[in-house]
Design a protein around this ligand. Sequence first.
Ligand code: PLP
Length: 395
Amino acid sequence: MSASDVDPAGSAAHKSNGFERLRIKPVINACGIFTDLGGSILSPEIWSAMTELNSFFVDLPDLLDRSGERIAELLGCEAARITPGASAGIALAVAACIVDGRAALGERLPDTSGLRGELVMQHAQAAAYKYLVAVRISGANVLRAGSASGCTELELRNTLSGNTAAVFIPAHLDELPGCLKLEEVSRIAHEHGIPVIVDAAYMNFPPQMMRSFRGRGADITCFSSKYIGGPNAGGFLCGRKDLVDAVRGLDFTHHESGDYRRFGRAFKQGRYEIAAVQLALEEWFRLDHSTRLAAIAERARRLARLLSVSDHLSTQLKLFTMDGRLVEGPVNAVVVSMTRSAERSTRQVIDELAAGYPSIHALECAGQLVLVTETLRDGEEELLAERLCRAVSGK
Ligand SMILES: *Cc1c(COP(=O)(O)O)cnc(C)c1O
């Protein structure tokens, strides 16, 4: 399908020279916040701050220090540092624990010989965790405590040793059946003097939750800014000052000018992105989230109303969770089921929506089509509904 053979009025808003020059199609995002679809849309305030910064040079190490102080203040912890994403934060935090404050030793990584090179995770969490490569990039050897069905305190203790650099916990997997909770893991790790690193990339709501991990035992917690309206390639870590200082000694700054080369040189950031991460977190704490969530739910109801004209589908309003389940709760999604009269399967409809112009990206969950309204922009419901009704009818 080409740009010219679909409703030109509806897609006009999505046409611009930028897309043509880049030879890509604009996307109507009905999937939610996904790295592969660009993360979040930055607010006009953040965008203009980035534009302003682009006109100046800055002392980048200074910008990282100042923004880190501000983020520590917002998160109520001793220290913080902006990173180019949660994954980079995880990689840097693990490396910081491996070199144990001796930042110059970061030059050797991923060769961990002579250093504490082991990182401990609970087996079931490691098996379900998608970002293990970020944990391992420093050369860490991941040891799995317990089994696929869970982990006991004794199993965790038996996996810790003098070679353990850190224990790692994906906070979103804290409730996995049979797994020890963050508090329990931290208590045991701390008895052995071992730090605990937490991936809390999307554990950001209510915003106060972001402040809770330190008190629950995390020594370093990593967040992604893609989930708080910040840059797709942004994030921050926060926690114990000595560990954040160790990260500071490893990240990309002073690589060329300092007296040793930096493990984190490949995790480079621009001044505008650093500023955007800080501003996004400030906005996240300032935002009226009940208004934000009400707008997402209203968009879902409106989309369901627009879809009700079709006999080929039925709709339900649901909460699509970050771990991909459809549940009752604050509505952020329309679940579409094809009726018997539909001429297309769910998969065919999804593929057809994606192939059109603009491309419409929707999710499939348990054979149903899911439209997440959190990432839809004003006016996109109409075009989406029209294209979807057309696709299910086979026209
Ligand atoms: C997205 C995500 C990450 C990676 O964050 P980036 O900022 O994209 O590097 C890590 N952990 C979880 C749970 C995530 O959802």
